[in-house]
Design a protein around this ligand. Structure first.
Ligand code: MN
Length: 722
């Protein structure tokens, strides 16, 4: 196929004739303009083989015309190398040929610029998907495939390393893509061409053996065909009978996969019988089996049970004359069209692979497109409908070394960074995408080349969780936050412990050294002091837990006495009038602790003070942690008495006019007298109110708090200590 040097420049007429044969009313002006433009831009350029460069774009356009593509695609085929070669800009093409052609050329240029380097199968698959994803318009891919096909047909003059590189890329990426689109003839041609350059020896061996075998079989094939035709005629079945030869690479693959010799390939030739209806398929099958004995277990009914890719046919192998095996495939003409040319596909059938769910989706979509095409008056309309995103949920991007990485749509440089290493993720400050600086929240696009920028001073923040799409990045950020929080809690916990101990004139560092802190930690089932500090920091353990262990009881009691400086409520009020019962005692002085302001309804306990009677605390009051059990006394509320208690309530709210009166109104409407009220403006937007008021019991308080929460603008209401 290589063009020889000195060949004349291809004429426009060569394309024109093909296009006219498919579309008598085609817009030839567009194609002619593209031809003239391309000829001018490539003028003076020659290909490696010495022929004028124009030979290549014209050949590509011819392939596209033969595939019945529309005028824009054929024009794009003529212009496809002008942008890549830096001759013109996409903008210029758009001005001259319109948006459609410019977009196609732009898409082809983008794909051409990508270099596939890895031989890893997974990489090849990502690369194929990337190209599919970039070819939002399926014509982009078809132009690219036609370009590759012509380059493969004219690969001879290239230096050997380039031949190998291009052939490998063709084998790994482009042939499977052609197969995925169901363009069976193109796939096998690309495979055989690539095979020739990648393993010339084996290629030559199989080619020779196939030639010999076909020559030897020639008579036999003729005999079989005439027997079949005769039998079909006899039964009045209008059928078309053909035979096909297995392609070279296909033979090689079968020998490899099944680990067999050339002689063991029995389907080197296969006979194909095409009929009109499904019932005829079965009738023909019966006729064939009545002619020759079928080989057991070799009959496959892909009509009743189509292949995963919807391939349909009846396959059988029979023992023909001279005891030779004959493979026969029977299908309707419609089934044949799809199997041979249809975008649907032979690829998984031949490769013995099952379809991934995503591929199945893409292919069924393409098949649906093919169906629609049938109903369209002008087949060109088909291409108006194919501008669809094939992989809407994924993006494919490059690392600076050309590796392809797959991410969910919406992924950012952070996802990319975490996919490399968690340290790279943690220290990521941004990225260069296609050479341009972008922030962390930047959404990656298919085809981008991404380079991560890190800084030793960077660390993850909670916000990052909003920017990431991958589970891995999310998990790594969470993990970091937890470690970070723990170390902050640890620090805070240790400070709280130090502060608490200072009040008792104990030095924390010294207590640590003496093992006293470790003892407390173990008593709370912690493995280490740091675990204890962290628990204190998280608020799970009170720092006062240290005191019970480290401060002698008499000192603790003395301190607690000092805490109760408060005078007894309504001087000298005794238990019988205070609203509580103390284990049957009636004549003892009762006061209510200011630290926790207990209310009827709260769980409470009494602390026996020295000389000032009993102080009532809530049982969960942190001040009680350090108290000796022997000075505690059980207390319960006296339901007969109704003694109102004073509480403080804090209200956080959005600032607004009339806020104070709205809040005060809640108290009065709930029968609660306010002793004191204040509102502090925190900023323009926020206000903090503190109300001191009488309430009857916990239930009453809860009702007031809920009513306050319902006031417009209020964000938080809490019960405070005095
Ligand atoms: Mn090209």
């Amino acid at each position: 196929m290589t063009k020889s040097a000195g060949q004349p420049i291809p004429r426009f007429g060569e394309i024109q004739d093909v296009v006219k044969s498919h579309y008598p009313d085609a817009d030839l002006d567009l194609i002619r303009a593209a031809y003239v433009y391309s000829a001018r831009e490539h003028q003076g350029q020659t290909r490696r083989g010495g022929e004028p460069y124009l030979v290549h774009p014209v050949a590509v356009a011819q392939i596209l015309a033969n595939m019945k593509l529309d005028e824009s695609a054929i024009a794009a085929g003529l212009l496809h190398d002008t942008v890549e070669d830096g001759l013109v800009s996409v903008e210029e093409l758009e001005q001259v040929f319109g948006k459609d052609v410019a977009l196609l050329v732009d898409g082809v240029t983008k794909i051409s610029k990508m270099e596939f380097s890895s031989r890893e199968e997974r990489q090849a698959e990502s690369f194929r998907k990337m190209i599919l994803a970039m070819s939002q318009d399926i014509r982009v891919l078809l132009v690219k495939l036609a370009d590759r096909l012509h380059n493969m047909r004219t690969l001879d003059p290239m230096p050997p390393e380039a031949q190998i590189r291009i052939a490998q890329e063709t084998m790994d990426v482009y042939a499977p893509l052609a197969g995925r689109l169901g363009i069976y003839w193109m796939r096998t041609e690309l495979e055989d061409l690539a095979f020739k350059y990648l393993d010339h020896e084996t290629y030559d061996y199989i080619r020779r053996r196939r030639e010999e075998s076909l020559k030897e079989q020639e008579e036999y094939v003729k005999t079989i065909l005439s027997i079949i035709r005769e039998r079909l005629e006899k039964y009045n079945i209008n059928a078309e009978t053909k035979w096909r030869t297995k392609e070279l690479f296909s033979i090689h693959r079968k020998m490899q996969v099944q680990n067999i010799e050339f002689e063991q390939i029995h389907d080197l030739t296969a006979f194909r019988i095409l009929v009109s209806t499904v019932s005829e398929c079965y009738a023909v099958l019966g006729l064939m089996h009545s002619l020759w004995r079928p080989v057991p277990k070799r009959f496959k009914d892909y009509i009743a049970i189509p292949k995963g890719n919807a391939y349909q046919a009846l396959h059988t192998t029979v023992i023909g004359p001279e005891g030779r095996r004959i493979e026969i495939q029977i299908r309707t003409r419609d089934m044949d069209l799809i199997a041979e040319e249809g975008i649907a596909a032979h690829w998984s059938y031949k490769e013995g692979k099952t379809l991934a769910a995503e591929d199945a989706r893409v292919i069924s979509w393409l098949r649906q497109m093919m169906e629609w095409q049938k109903d369209l008056e002008d087949p060109r309309e088909f291409f108006e409908h194919v501008r669809v995103d094939l992989y809407p949920n994924e993006v494919y991007v490059f690392t600076p070394t050309g590796e392809v990485k797959e991410f969910p749509r919406g992924a950012t440089p952070l996802d990319f960074a975490y996919s490399i290493h968690s340290e790279v993720g943690h220290t990521c400050v941004g990225a260069r995408v296609n050479g341009k600086m972008v922030p962390l929240r930047h959404e990656l696009q298919t085809g981008d080349t991404v380079e991560i920028i890190t800084s030793a001073n960077q660390k993850p923040s909670r916000d990052w969780l909003k920017y990431v799409k991958t589970a891995r990045a999310r998990a790594k950020i969470r993990q970091f936050m937890m470690t970070e929080e723990r170390s902050r809690a640890l620090e805070m916990g240790r400070e709280a412990a130090e502060r608490e101990l200072k009040r008792w004139k104990i030095d924390l560092a010294r207590a640590e050294k003496e093992g006293a802190i470790m003892n407390v930690a173990q008593e709370h089932s912690f493995k280490s002091e740091t675990d204890l500090y962290a628990a204190i920091g998280f608020g799970r353990v009170s720092p006062k837990a240290l005191i019970t262990k480290l401060v002698p009881p008499h000192e603790r009691e003395k301190a607690l006495e000092a805490l109760h400086q408060e005078k007894p409520v309504k001087r000298g009020r005794t238990a019988d009038k205070s609203g509580v019962n103390i284990q049957g005692v009636t004549d003892v002085l009762v006061s209510f602790a200011r630290c926790c302001t207990p209310l009827p309804g709260d769980d409470v306990v009494g602390f026996i003070t020295r000389g000032r009677g009993v102080t009532v605390h809530k049982t969960d009051c942190p001040n009680l942690v350090t108290v000796d059990d022997r000075r505690m006394v059980e207390i319960e509320w006296d339901r007969e008495q109704h003694v109102e208690r004073v509480v403080r309530i804090g209200v956080h709210s959005r600032n607004r006019i009339g806020l104070l009166s709205a809040l005060s109104g809640v108290f009065s409407s709930n029968d609660s007298d306010i002793v004191e009220a204040s509102i502090k403006t925190l900023n323009d937007d926020l206000a903090q109110g503190v109300f001191t008021a009488y309430v009857k019991d916990l239930e009453h308080l809860t009702k007031i708090i809920n009513a306050l929460k319902n006031v417009k603008g209020v964000e938080k209401v809490e019960r405070l200590g005095m």
